[in-house]
Ligand binder design. Structure first.
Ligand SMILES: *Cc1c(COP(=O)(O)O)cnc(C)c1O
Length: 231
């Protein structure tokens, strides 16, 4: 299916989920997850109207998005995959936001790398809510400590939280995972009211409607938009 048609169908489903849950459609943003997709398909998604992209590996993202952003300065790309320390410098240079911040050592590294620079680096703290790779902070207490760390670095700016639900057909399990993120957001808002916790990055191709019902503000959609990953 062409990306334009896929996007139209996704938008219809987003709209239906918003109506079901009494939400304004403008409150739900859509990221095209372009990992393992070719530059041609990324161009096609951009032509269809996608402006925000997500990549899981720094090197692949740099190969595609350094030239792509040169041509399309309004395009944004976020890292959504785990980040190794030795790739932190390249990541801080390329991405507008790192969504997969999952440990304090990484915050210190990114904080040091962005000291004194003009454009701050957006940070989403990732919460582990049951997905099998065990990536992410384990609970609200760990998130609060991590937030404290981020606030110590002027080059970093908090933007919200991210999670990945377990890959399952059990909707109750998925819902529980998303609810844990919403609950963590509540805890962080009351503990750090001055910070921006507005981004709730949750929902992928197979679970985005549940994510909307539970309050997601950013959907990360790959295969439903681009088709199978080919790189
Ligand atoms: C790959 C990936 C996605 C997109 O997955 P699809 O099932 O293709 O929509 C979203 N979020 C993260 C963190 C991913 O790694």
């Amino acid at each position: 299916m062409a990306i334009m048609d896929a996007l139209a169908r996704i938008r219809e489903r987003i709209q239906a989920a918003c109506i079901r849950s009494g939400r304004e459609i403008e409150t739900v943003k859509l990221m095209g997850v372009s990992k393992f997709q070719t530059l041609e398909r990324i161009e096609a998604a951009f032509d269809a109207g996608i402006r925000l992209f997500g990549e899981s590996r720094v090197q692949e993202a740099a190969q595609k998005f350094i030239p792509f952003k040169g041509q399309h300065p309004e395009a944004e790309v976020h890292l959504i995959g785990s980040l190794q320390r030795n790739k932190a410098k390249a990541a801080a240079a390329l991405f507008e936001t790192i969504q997969s911040v999952d440990r304090e050592a990484l915050i210190r590294e990114l904080g040091a790398l962005t000291a004194g620079r003009e454009r701050s680096l957006g940070i989403l703290l990732e919460l582990h809510t049951g997905e099998e790779t065990k990536r992410g902070f384990s609970d609200e207490r760990a998130l609060c400590q991590a937030a404290e760390q981020v606030l110590a670095y002027p080059g970093l700016v908090l933007r919200g939280l991210m999670t990945m639900a377990p890959y399952t057909d059990d909707r109750a399990v998925i819902r529980r995972s998303f609810r844990a993120l919403v609950s963590a957001q509540g805890a962080l808002v009351s503990r750090f009211p001055e910070s921006d916790w507005s981004c709730l990055s949750m929902g992928m191709s197979h679970d985005f409607e549940i994510a909307i019902e539970e309050g997601s503000t950013l959907l990360r959609i790959g295969t439903a938009l681009f088709g199978e990953r080919t790189l």
